[in-house]
Design a protein around this ligand. Structure first.
Ligand code: ZN
Length: 176
């Protein structure tokens, strides 16, 4: 059973560091604990995705998962709770779109970020199996956001032209 961990916020050094690969041939108890804590913290925080650095562990692990009704994006779909170890991605097409996104580590603020719409995703699941699949739209955006965390990058580093807004502004003005 995982624990809810305090999410590190912008300015915290864990969020700036490049995280280390997990040795997939040796999933230790510590790694299993980290995965359980990530799941628990994600569910508690009602986020859509979370990465290990956000709970103070610089390992390349992310967890995503969201119900369609909780996703405020144009092209939302249900995303099952999925653990990804050593995730990496590459673009499949040059198509991009720009939408406001938020982050559990950046309270209140949203910012418009350009992301690839179609990517090929590779990761290892909790059993150490390699998974390769194409993901698109919102799911692709989420994966790119979480993988950025593993390289010490926050979405606010990628916002252009000062396109920041509060959650309230987005609702009030119907910003996309
Ligand atoms: Zn984030």
């Amino acid at each position: 059973m995982g624990k809810v961990i305090r999410v590190r916020e912008v300015g915290n050094p864990y969020l700036k560091k490049k995280s280390e690969e997990v040795d997939i041939t040796n999933i230790t108890d510590d790694i299993v604990d980290t995965i359980e804590d990530l799941k628990e913290t994600l569910l508690y925080g009602e986020g859509l995705g979370i990465s290990a650095p956000q709970i103070g562990i610089n390992k390349r692990i992310i967890v995503v998962g969201a119900k369609k009704e909780n996703i405020k994006y144009n092209d939302a779909e249900d995303i099952p709770l999925t653990v990804m170890i050593n995730p990496r991605w590459k673009k499949v097409t040059d198509d991009t779109d720009s939408q406001y996104e938020g982050c559990m580590s950046v309270p209140e603020i949203r910012g418009k970020v350009e992301r690839y719409k179609n990517i090929e995703l590779t990761y290892y699941n909790e059993s150490g199996e390699k998974i390769v699949k194409e993901v698109n739209g919102f799911f692709a955006r989420l994966v790119q956001h979480e993988c950025d965390h593993l390289d010490g990058i926050l979405f606010i580093d990628k916002v252009k032209n000062g396109e920041f807004a509060t959650k309230e502004m987005i609702k009030k003005y119907g910003l996309k």
